[in-house]
Design a binder for this molecule. Sequence first.
Ligand code: ASP
Length: 335
Amino acid sequence: MRIFFSLLTISLFACKQSTTDVKENPIGIVIHGGAGTILKENMSPEMEIAYRESLAEAIRVGHTILEAGGTSQEAVEKTIHVMENSPLFNAGKGAVLTAEGYASLDASFMDGKTLDAGAVAGLKHIKHPISAAIAVMNQSPHVMLAGTGADRFALDIGLDSVPNSYFITERRKKALERVQSRTNETASFYDPIIKDSKFGTVGCVALDKNGNIASGTSTGGMTNKKWDRIGDAPIIGAGTYANNASCGVSATGWGEFFIRSVVAYDIAAMVEYKKMSVTEAAKKSLQKVADLGGDGGVIVLDNKGNVAMEFNTAGMYRAHMNNQGDLEVKIYAGE
Ligand code: ASP
């Protein structure tokens, strides 16, 4: 009997040793819900609470997945689903409307371990564009699909589909009416009055226990967009980038300038090659955007869990949860 107990003690000790010996990477997750002229004086207290609660709900979903040992891909996808379901953000339900009055959705995803990526542009019927982007990566030989072909691919593989009216809300209809009443058709992109009609995109970067980073971005693009305009959100290297060797990035802002500045890759390159901190790199890249005349923001998370949430607009909906589960939710500059 005594021998049995000693053996039991030894094996329990050995078991404890081996579980504590396993070194797990610190997890982390960061999200944005768009940057823009978000001023406290223009926001009702109810609206502010709704945004803060929605950001907290979304990030908790991803953090719970990471804590349980789930992948960064799953965390990014499920977190973005929450924001795509919320009419508050310009992604999925509540997306901004094209000049013809329908929603046209763009999204992209990148896996920092394999450097695999997937993107969709101009979807009209897929409930979760971020899932379509991930499916392009995992279930097609391509990186980017656009227009009716992208919808067809997503339908063929069985992703949830909805009529376009599902995405349309009163708030976005009014925004479109306002923009169209103030601008003539061809000048609308450049009219400062509608400057903020392009913001509200959502994005997420996550780092899982295996040290893998993933990034995703999902958007309706720009109010009153025409000619099948596509912004930076579905462009790998501009709106989204991830590389375990450096960091993951998701951007929001005036897409034309983010494409020309190749913002997401620019930040990752500065972190990898120049050994800059994520904050330094994010600031530098946003300065390039500003120098060209654009504005917006980025979220960045590196392979150690360091985070940056930088923007050169009045505000950016954003939240971060670290390895310990500490949560920060912020909207305005200087918070
Ligand atoms: N970057 C997006 C675009 O230009 C808009 C946004 O960030 O809200 O399509």
